[in-house]
Design a protein around this ligand. Structure first.
Ligand code: PAF
Length: 282
């Protein structure tokens, strides 16, 4: 695996590879890698891609200062995992390479409705930061395929919209399944910050999502939502939302609708850790 820290060098390397006929599969991350990230590298390799992973803890997407300061960092361990997974290139830039004119002088994007609901409403400025950094990373890496995890469902939609706004027709976004722990907890870098007792209850979020899915044909969503909120509270969570939405555009729904593709989404706090997860209803 070749590691690059500056833009010029990685661009040269990737364009040489592409000239030889390789297709680039890109996995952007903020580090603290886990099996979910590695599954994206493996998927890209399985698709025959030349794999490029980035680790950049993007300061502009944190609406909460302490979340940024306490975000787990483990670059050496990350490099080992990527080496094992057979990743070809790691991009590990400093802030000055991503924001050469400063964080306030980058292109920003209007994600409209997507920025006004759920994560957008609860984390003001978050998607603005995601848009800034992903646009910049895509300009640098110029991948053929961009691999994202379904765990961040709304982020996947925002990035799809970003790609469309910028008319990047040569970039295909591939959303890959959420990787889960044995109790269903969605893998996330923030899970490392859970205490033993928080970790012990963390699988409840997924269990709630599964119960929403299993009751869709028999119980009104308002009742299932209340049941989930009560279960989460009883376990010690502070739920932020238990929501149902159209899986294609994230239009929020009051009730299940037969024949409509739907996604159930939950965000909840345990102590100072905020967990999110979702399940596309089958
Ligand atoms: O999901 C993440 O890890 C980040 O939001 C991303 C897409 C790498 C942008 O910083």
């Amino acid at each position: 695996m070749v590691i690059f820290k500056n833009v010029k060098d990685i661009q040269q390397f990737i364009s040489d590879k592409k000239a030889l006929g390789s297709k680039a599969g890109f996995i952007p991350t903020m580090g603290a890698l886990h099996a979910g990230h590695i599954s994206l590298v493996e998927k890209a390799r399985h698709d025959g891609m030349f794999t490029v992973c980035s680790i950049f803890l993007n300061p502009t997407q944190f609406n909460n200062k302490s979340d940024f300061e306490k975000y787990p960092v483990s670059v050496e361990g990350d490099i080992e995992l990527l080496l094992k997974a057979g990743c070809d290139v790691l991009f590990l830039p400093p802030v000055s390479e991503i924001y050469p004119d400063g964080v306030d002088h980058t292109e920003t994007f209007d994600f409209g409705y997507l920025d006004a609901i759920l994560e957008g409403a609860r984390r003001p400025g978050h998607f603005k930061g995601v848009g800034q950094v992903v646009a910049r990373l895509l300009d640098i890496v110029r991948p053929d395929f961009l691999y994202l995890g379904q765990k961040d469902y709304q982020q996947c939609m925002v990035i799809n919209k970003l790609v469309a706004i910028r008319g990047m027709k040569d970039v295909t976004v591939k959303v890959c399944p959420t990787v889960r722990e044995a109790d269903g907890l969605a893998m996330s870098s923030r899970n490392r910050r859970l205490t033993e007792s928080q970790r012990a209850i963390a699988g409840t979020i997924y269990q709630c999502l599964v119960s929403i899915e299993s009751k869709q044909a028999t119980t009104p969503f308002a009742i299932v939502r209340k049941e989930c909120e009560d279960i989460l509270v009883a376990k010690g969570f502070v739920p932020e939302y238990v929501a149902l939405a159209d899986a294609r555009d994230l239009i929020l729904l009051e009730n299940f609708e037969t024949g409509r593709p739907m996604v159930a989404l939950i965000a909840a706090w345990t102590g100072e850790i905020r967990l999110i997860d979702n399940v596309v209803l089958e």
